[in-house]
Design a protein around this ligand. Structure first.
Ligand code: GDP
Length: 366
């Protein structure tokens, strides 16, 4: 069979994997104009649907971003900054200006220090080699900050195209759907356009006569916990409303289990409060350090869940990391789950977490 390409975005069509770029049901191949499912949905329902590619494939697709002068909008997830901030973003964007958009702000407690949060986001971006022009905190779901962001994009793009770039699950399709509604009003029909050979898998949404907003496929970052949990567990660990902090007064040699997906041992230090910011439905268990190992061995997947059986089958081995916390209020960030805030007088902790994930420490946001 000759390779078929989507008449909308130019991606090579396939009929086997719904979540990958180029999927179309076999029956659709009979149509005169064949579109991938993503272009079909956008054209007929004005709705963006997320598809994903590996970051290596993505790098091959993006020379058009590097070589254009467009504005890059990098969408990240506030609950998984470490996992959703693209480590090779500078290779993808070249010298194009970048606006960093941190999504899901509706989940954070109202008392959050926005200034510190933005500062941390900027420095996290700088650590991966990206100097961002601006940082925005938004909720694509609730709409907070989206109008302001759309305005800023309009000002900063300087009549150039806009590329929306992000890993899977950051809320990219929710965000694009909001932007579509914002820019067209409901009911208008969007058309996709096809530039042979240049925009493989990129969907273009017209902004004005000469420029477009480009929705790129979501990038799979294997370091994100989302790829190692079942759909059911993902629902439990993904917060869906404002996080209620849970406070544990811990003595040294006590341990907290975050479900069974992470374990934080308080090794040494003065008795102090460990304030936990995780999805309200995610159970936290406190135990004595000396009992923690046995509890983990015996009850992982039972009392300590998630993981459920499906997650257990794919979850990477746990690895431990030792930290001596700085003498200031510090957040221990467990990527994809949330964080624990510790006032700290130089406490020593040991964090156990699936080995693909990277723990970070930051100055406390509260
Ligand atoms: P995509 O894979 O990047 O396209 O992400 P989706 O748009 O499918 O969103 C992934 C998950 O995050 C879904 O469960 C959404 O409901 C949720 N989500 C997206 N945006 C927000 C937001 O602003 N706030 C909250 N609380 N959840 C969001």
């Amino acid at each position: 069979m000759d390779e078929l390409i989507c008449q909308g975005c130019g991606v090579t069509l396939q009929t086997t994997d719904k979540n990958k770029a180029g999927y179309t049901p076999a029956s659709a191949l009979e149509r005169e104009i064949v579109l991938c499912q993503r272009c079909f949905r956008l054209k007929h329902y004005n709705e963006s649907q997320e598809v994903s590619v590996s970051d290596d494939d993505f790098l091959q697709m993006v020379s058009s971003i590097r070589n254009a002068n467009g504005l890059v909008v990098h969408l990240i997830d506030l609950f998984d900054v470490e996992g959703s901030l693209l480590k090779n973003l500078h290779r993808i964007v070249g010298n194009s200006p970048v606006v960093l958009v941190a999504n899901k702000v509706d989940l954070l407690p109202k008392s959050i220090n926005v200034y510190k949060l933005e500062k941390w986001l900027r420095s996290s971006a700088k650590n991966v080699g990206v100097r961002v022009k601006d940082v925005f905190l938004i909720s694509a779901k609730k709409g907070h900050g989206v109008v302001e962001l759309a305005q800023a994009i309009e000002n900063e793009r300087n009549t150039e195209d806009v590329y929306i770039v992000g890993t899977t699950n950051v809320g990219k399709s929710t965000f694009i759907n909001r932007l579509i509604k914002h820019s067209t009003g409901e009911g208008d029909v969007i058309t996709t356009s096809y530039f042979p050979g240049t925009t493989l898998g990129f969907i273009e949404i017209p902004l004005d006569e000469t420029s477009v907003l480009i929705d790129t496929p979501g990038i799979v970052n294997k370091q994100q916990l989302v790829h190692y949990v079942s759909d059911k567990d993902l629902k439990i660990i993904t917060p869906d409303k404002e996080i209620k902090p849970r406070v544990y007064q811990l003595n040294p040699e006590q341990t907290l289990f975050i479900g069974g997906l992470a374990r934080v041992d308080f090794i040494k230090g003065e008795r102090q409060s460990f304030v936990c910011y995780f999805a309200n439905d995610l159970a936290i268990h406190r135990t004595k350090l000396e009992k923690a190992e046995a509890l983990f061995e015996e009850h992982l997947g039972g009392l300590l869940s998630p993981p459920d059986a499906e997650t257990l089958a794919i979850l990477p081995e746990f690895k431990s990391h030792d930290y001596r916390l700085p003498e200031e209020k510090t957040d221990i960030v467990l990527p994809g789950l949330g964080w624990i805030s510790v006032p700290s007088t130089g406490a020593s902790v040991r964090v156990h977490i699936p080995e693909e994930a990277t723990v970070t420490l930051r100055q406390s946001l509260l």
